[in-house]
Design a protein. Structure first.
Length: 146
């Protein structure tokens, strides 16, 4: 399972750098320290046009509301401890293998304003393109492991 995730992350990083105009790679499994605990963001980028950190979290299973809570925690740590004063608040992108649209709708209902989402979608990689690439990568690496 960890090997599959590592392979997907490596391919996803290259894909984002190829398609994502304005992305600069900062780190894979980027370490955040809170108190005496360590946490790791799958992929961390900086977006030059948006002037903010962009955290990508990859879940090879089905979306769970707790995944969103984890990502929001990471964004809070980034904004408090990593972000510079002249940068905008961090953005999180959660990539899951599968999702239940109703569960996602409930999970997102209090956390994101539609205005913010639509503004970011014009500068980031289109959602459909990311979904297609995730499916392609998952099928490719899943077949290699079997």
């Amino acid at each position: 399972m960890k090997d599959l995730q590592k392979a997907l992350l490596g391919s996803l990083k290259e894909f984002i750098l190829e398609l994502g105009v304005g992305f600069a790679f900062i780190g894979e499994e980027y370490r955040l320290e809170v108190g005496d605990d360590d946490f790791y963001i799958d992929l961390l980028f900086y977006h030059r046009d948006l002037k903010c950190l962009v955290a990508f979290e990859l879940k090879i299973g089905k979306f769970k509301p707790s995944d969103l809570g984890q990502l929001e925690f990471y964004l809070e740590v980034l904004d408090r401890d990593v972000k510079r004063d002249d940068e905008n608040p961090s953005i999180g992108i959660l990539l899951c293998r599968k999702k239940n649209d109703e569960v996602v709708k409930y999970a997102l209902s209090r956390s994101l304003s539609p205005t913010v989402v639509s503004e970011y979608e014009t500068k980031l990689i289109p959602k459909k393109v990311l979904q297609d690439k995730m499916n392609e990568l998952y099928e490719l690496y899943a077949l290699e492991i079997i």
